[in-house]
Unconditional design. Sequence first.
Length: 233
Amino acid sequence: MANPRILLADDDVELAQLLRDFLTRDGFDVTLAHDADSALAAVRAGSFDALVLDVMMPGRSGLDALRELRRESPLPVLMLTALGEDIDRILGLELGADDYIPKPCNPRELAARLRAVLRRAQGEGSEVLVDLRNGPILLRAASRSVSVGGEQITLTGTEFDLLVLLLRETGRVVSKERISQSVLGRPLGPFDRSIDVHVSNLRRKLGDAPDGASPITTIHRSGYLLRQLGDDA
């Protein structure tokens, strides 16, 4: 993607400008916002490829902004969270953030995380994507859309890629380490719960299988498995 358009929302004006300068040199087109309301207004008025959103801002928090944004847009979101604030990271992921990066952040890591989020949103994986089906779950490659029992569901780019991986490995256990590398594009950290939260979100959106149980099974200390479902549509 040439010159992806990024909205960076952070009330720390000096830090935001420094990050903008670095990202601009790295090939991004960056617009700044310094509070949640301005960020939401900019998203609605503009055409951005991704949003970098600070959790802690004056007035409404970044989490509040994300909650509102997810009611109307699947725009890829990378959260900026305070170092050590695990609850903010988990809440952000539960609300639909694609990934997070702790502050203070290395601008190079921010750029790398952004590119990974954008690749997921654009479907730029290493394997050719084809239509995938497992019982009532139908994933269409061309439109990057998913339906369950004929009803369309909305997934973030991260959730979509997670479902692709699980569908391709239906009936087989997929480790958290593999999910992290394949879906998030980074190694699994020792205390990283990102995968667990993304799986939880995907479970909720998929709903129960025809047999009344979740299609996704947790395999203790191993990973996750998408069960082979019936042919009910």
